[in-house]
Design a protein around this ligand. Structure first.
Ligand code: RAM
Length: 366
């Protein structure tokens, strides 16, 4: 997918707007089993297709599970597309389980259950570094490989083998401020609508947004509030409504979460205040297309989530087979995504970050 981008257009502090061709998601052979185990959640099993059986050593088919923050978020569906693509190529048995809500400790029973089931690797988007790290450390002691994807165990990186992140958090924070500044002419009050209070990725981005706001360029841009929609659509809409009531002079909302930005756009569209309140942040083009086309949202950003899933699947199998060694500075080949490198604390960056607007939104299918 990334390799098919044909032309780079625009650079905002490292966020690149790309014109793409043929970035359609591949169709996967998926069966969904919604009967959950003892914990509430969804299980999706994907047959590994007709690919080679490289995923298993000596005929063994590796069992790899993905645990996203919660069920029902299409962003994680896109991460799963990449994991399923890697499963088809590498022949591992793929499944996914997740809690219904993105609460800090909600993934713990799922982690324990999967370890008990005898999976070879757990790929996880953690809801909380502190709370999740303890359970994952126990899992690693059982020789199960652990890879974080999309969000990391910030401060507890020794509780996983590697972390796959879309871009460095500082660039994301800077770019979100720059987006808001560009849309408001660098002036006025704005608020952040985030996911959960524990979310490691959102918290890192917010930290760097606050650092960026210290710069003289942004002296007239004022962050008045940070609220949390918990990556729940209804709560995110309620939080947006409350912001509009509490801050009559609000000029913008930055939602660094795909659930939040969509909810904020819905509310702003409903109140017909898009000219006054600029909504931006991180979102899926497939969910935001309508709002961009009708002018509710002028610009927002993201990366291709499925690249992270694909890379995580490739790394998991590489680690299990011993073909990949996770160590800072080590390079490895990740299938169709080519060569990648483990950075500090075994973080691998996929990128590239993209900015979407009316001119390019139709080119993106995820
Ligand atoms: C939401 C999730 C996810 C984040 C995206 C941008 O879907 O919180 O972790 O990376 O937004």
């Amino acid at each position: 997918m990334t390799g098919k981008y044909s032309r780079r257009l625009f650079l905002t502090l490292g966020f690149t707007s790309l014109i793409v061709s043929g970035c359609e998601k591949g169709n996967q052979n998926t069966t969904t089993d919604t009967s959950s185990g003892s914990s509430s959640g969804t299980t999706t099993n994907t047959s590994a297709g007709t690919g080679s059986n490289e995923g298993g050593a000596g005929g063994k088919k590796y069992k790899i599970v993905y645990i996203p923050k919660n069920t029902g978020n299409p962003y994680f569906g896109a991460v799963e597309d990449g994991l399923k693509k890697a499963a088809t190529e590498l022949g591992y048995e793929y499944s996914s389980v997740a809690p219904a809500t993105a609460d800090a400790g909600a993934q713990i029973p799922f982690i324990k259950e999967q370890a008990q089931r005898g999976v070879d690797a757990i790929i996880i988007t953690p809801n909380s570094p502190e709370v999740t790290a303890r359970a994952l450390k126990e899992v690693m002691a059982k020789k199960i490989r652990v890879i974080t994807v999309d969000a990391d165990l910030t401060g507890h990186e020794d509780s996983r083998d590697a972390g796959i992140l879309p871009t460095d958090a500082k660039t994301t924070g800077q770019s979100l401020v720059e987006l808001m500044s560009g849309l408001t002419g660098g002036k006025g009050d704005f608020a952040i609508l985030s996911a959960t209070t524990d979310a490691p990725n959102q918290n890192q981005w917010i930290k760097y947004m606050k650092d960026t706001l210290q710069g003289p360029k942004y002296k007239d841009l004022k962050l008045v509030d940070t609220v949390y929609g918990n990556d729940d659509s209804q709560k995110s809409q309620r939080e947006t409504e409350a912001l509009l009531t509490k801050y009559p002079n609000l000029r913008g909302i930055v939602a660094p979460t795909s659930v939040g930005i969509k909810a904020a756009a819905q509310v702003v569209e409903g109140h017909k205040v898009a000219d006054k309140v600029q909504v931006t942040g991180l979102g899926l083009p497939s969910e935001m297309r309508r709002f961009v086309k009708n002018g509710t949202v002028k610009k927002f950003a993201l990366w291709n989530p499925s690249d992270m899933g694909y890379l995580a699947g490739q790394i998991a199998v590489g680690l299990l087979k011993g073909d990949i060694k996770a160590a800072p500075g080590t390079t490895f080949k990740a299938g169709s995504l080519g060569e990648h490198k483990f950075g500090d604390k075994n973080v691998v960056i996929t990128g590239p970050p993209l900015v979407f607007d009316q001119a390019n939104i139709d080119q993106f299918k995820f």
